[in-house]
Design a protein around this ligand. Sequence first.
Ligand SMILES: [Zn+2]
Ligand SMILES: [Zn+2]
Length: 239
Amino acid sequence: MAPAAANYYTPPAHPPQKQRGYRICDTCGAVENPTAQKFRLCGGCLTTQYCSPECQKSHWPSHKTICQHTAAQLSGVKQQPISAAYPDENLAKYLRRFTSTHASLLGWAGFQALQLKRIPANIRQSALLIELSYNPHGESLFRFSIAGTRIVPRSYVTSHDPLVAADIDRREERCRKSGGIGTLVILVQCGGISQVMPVEVDPPSKITWDSRDDWAEVLRHFVESGRTDFKPISTTARG
Ligand SMILES: [Zn+2]
Ligand SMILES: [Zn+2]
């Protein structure tokens, strides 16, 4: 009798580990592997990501409210007269693109700024505010430079906008259910526009990134040289 081995499903020996800095499908929690397949960005809010059209479709009923809220901010900015606070009608769109392009760098910077490796509880108290200045004549990777970085109370972000706060809470709950420490909040701001970037963070036992005090310089260097190839350094062993 021939063995039917070929018909058996063999689970992968090493299931892919969730890694900080990578995008997570907001429906199924799949982690993006940018070299294999890029996730799709929701076209309404340009913030939420999905692994597939199916996941995007099934998430829509629960995503609709926050999506339309974010999209309204985007179109509201378009109607502002050009000024110091709104130097370009596409500023909100550019800011979202910036955040998406530099997602792993910004996530790493937030992780370092809040010293989450040493003090994971900081994740609930504080947020990283990154202030950008806009270069109207810059090419796509040189539109923004870092004007400054600051640690602010997390309530600075959540108390202004109940819908954003609810979205952060939802991610936090999901992250904790899967053993993580919670949702790191990064606020990217340029003129009158800001973008909240929530990053779900792994449990301390899985944190292999080296602690770095020079994160602000690293951040500035990568942004200002238009580099999108940032990779965090891990010299400590996992576990
Ligand atoms: Zn998915
Ligand atoms: Zn959306």
